[in-house]
Design a protein around this ligand. Structure first.
Ligand SMILES: [Zn+2]
Length: 247
């Protein structure tokens, strides 16, 4: 399959021009003219994942986080970008465009948590809905941990009856959740002042970890690509795991 076809399909799922201004998305390494018959999927492209792609003869890695983000001042042979180029492996990165997409990360996060009657607010990187059962923050934290296979979930006390979610580093969305009248907010990273804000505004805020709130998109992404390109093999990387543990 020509890589240009896969890129065109990605553009349909998560139009590149909808990414945040500061972002870097699309085909970041490789040529649209290359032929690809095996594709690796992962949240991040690490040197280990490039090595895995090379061993498995995958000509493309589809990731969420951009493999090239800040300007490259040097290209060390150990670096991910250097390794991709060395092995002629392409990188297609769908980041904030996928966060906001209708079939994107926030939708996948809402589905993983079983939210009902959901509405997507793409401009705010927010999906809102109702929980399967109204409950206490502590009960919901345990539920989130189980559903997202999260190493840990930190939370502020409160009731959970209307939930807003913002995947990954979406902590600043806690203020929007308060403005819109939601009493629960689930994200991947909360800073100290955001916990304080949540407490002051009686929001049950949950920090389930960056990886765990975004990894939920990988299986749906694989299914969408596999359905569109039956002759191409899409494989989730063995190394696509949360980078930390919690005790
Ligand atoms: Zn992220």
């Amino acid at each position: 399959m020509k890589l240009s076809n896969i890129v065109a399909f990605a553009q349909q799922i998560a139009p590149f021009e909808t990414a945040a201004e500061w972002d870097n998305v699309g085909l970041l390494v490789g040529s649209p003219e290359w032929e690809v018959d095996r594709v690796l999927l992962a949240l991040d492209i690490t040197p280990e994942i490039v090595e895995e792609a090379q061993k498995k003869s995958a000509g493309l890695i589809v990731s969420h986080h951009p493999v090239i983000f800040s300007p490259l001042h040097t290209l060390h042979p150990d670096s991910t970008a250097y390794r991709l180029a060395k092995y002629d492996i392409a990188a297609l990165c769908l980041h904030t465009d996928l966060d906001r997409a209708e079939k994107g990360v926030n939708t996948a996060l809402g589905a993983a948590l079983g939210l009902k009657n959901t509405t997507l607010y793409p401009d705010d990187f927010l999906l809102v809905g109702e929980p399967h059962n109204p409950c206490s923050a502590e009960e919901y934290a345990a539920f989130i941990r189980e559903k997202l296979h999260a190493p840990s979930v930190r939370f502020t006390e409160g009731k959970v009856t209307r939930v807003a979610v913002s995947s990954g580093g979406g902590g600043e969305g806690v203020a929007l959740a308060a403005t819109y009248g939601f009493d629960a907010f689930v994200t991947g990273e909360l800073k100290h002042h955001q916990y304080l804000y949540a407490k002051q505004h009686h929001i049950a805020a949950f920090d389930a970890g960056h990886f765990s709130t975004e990894d939920v998109v990988i299986v749906p992404l694989k299914e969408m690509f596999s359905a569109a390109f039956p002759t191409v093999e899409f494989i989730i990387s063995e190394k696509n795991v949360c980078p930390y543990r919690a005790v």
